[in-house]
Design a protein. Structure first.
Length: 325
């Protein structure tokens, strides 16, 4: 009951955020938190629940971003039209590269995904149809509301909040289905899961495809918010690292872990970039590296796992306390 109450309070805070923190910068930070929480929640399906640490998820992010901007750049259509195309492309790519790469384990799988991401970036950089190194732009002036080109970050905030709620709903459904139980068993011990009859290869591939599709939606939303995509902003490896750290910092394999990680990391990055200007990008790498070391050394389960542990300990202490005379 107490946990449900805290969830309601958190939901009220999230909904009221743009009105309490009403400056353009604060609203932009809030929208970016929700956007990256979508991407990190999508990564969490394969990286958190299945334990397959993908560092090349930016490929699927780029599929959504380039599909959204390509719909306008080549066909003068609303970027919204590109979302289904990017989703299909991301799922298809995940199906193709997932079959060989998911046979690998540990850091070998991570290295393979990095190689795929870099290959995709090089291909796009040398493809004129995709804007090559220059990139693709969206509508400079909104023609209608379906272009999703807003001056204020407020509409993006509530749009991203709705998409995040859908993403978390899909994740919750997956985690409590047979697929979720298989994934957790595979994460603990794939060999033991196979011996008990779990279809490990097929389950990991389905999770990878689901994660890829949701990540492409986040990429499309990112491109529509900024109205532009190029190989660095749509396919840069730093995006994958950022998504991974957000999920790990908040709690990989936990439903709200990616949201907590995004709520910590995005303001840190935006504030450092605001204070330091162009030098903030270099500081970002230092911060990411420090966070990775701290998580690995002190709290591998993430912040939410620590909170849950403290909460459970307090509950057991309260139950074991002697009754007052």
């Amino acid at each position: 009951m107490r946990r449900a109450l805290w969830l309601l309070v958190a939901l009220a805070v999230v909904i009221a955020y743009p009105f309490v923190f009403s400056t353009p910068f604060q609203q932009r930070v809030g929208a970016l938190i929700l956007l990256y929480a979508i991407a990190a929640s999508a990564w969490n399906i394969i990286g958190g629940y299945a334990g397959q640490v993908s560092v090349g998820h930016v490929v699927f992010f780029g599929c959504g971003a380039y599909a959204a901007m390509g719909a306008y750049a080549h066909y003068a259509l609303s970027p919204l039209v590109g979302i289904p195309a990017g989703l299909v492309a991301a799922v298809a790519i995940a199906a193709v590269i997932g079959v060989p790469t998911l046979r690998l384990s540990g850091h070998y799988f991570s290295m393979a995904t990095i190689a795929v991401a870099e290959l995709a970036r090089l291909i796009v950089t040398n493809t004129d149809y995709l804007g090559a190194a220059v990139g693709l732009s969206g509508p400079t002036v909104p023609r209608n509301v379906f272009d999703l080109s807003f001056i204020s970050a407020l509409p993006y905030y509530y749009l991203f909040l709705a998409i995040l709620a859908m993403t978390l709903g899909i994740t919750w459904w997956m985690a409590n289905s047979r697929m979720g139980f298989y994934l957790r068993a595979i994460k603990d011990s794939e060999r033991a899961a196979r011996s008990l009859g779990a279809p490990a290869s097929r389950t990991k591939l389905y999770a990878y495809m689901l994660s890829a599709g949701l990540t492409s939606v986040a990429g499309a939303l990112y491109a529509m918010m900024f109205g532009f995509v190029d190989p660095e902003s749509g396919l840069g490896i730093l995006i994958s690292v950022k998504i991974l750290i957000m999920a790990a910092l908040g709690g990989a394999g936990l439903l709200f872990g990616p949201l907590v990680g995004a709520a910590i990391l995005v303001p840190l990055e935006e504030i450092s970039n605001s204070w330091l200007g162009g030098q903030g990008a270099g500081l970002t790498f230092v911060v990411y590296g420090a966070i990775i070391v701290l998580i690995a050394r002190f709290q591998p389960g993430g912040i939410l796992a620590l909170v849950n542990r403290v909460w459970a300990r307090r509950g057991s202490t309260a139950k074991g306390a002697p009754d007052a005379p």
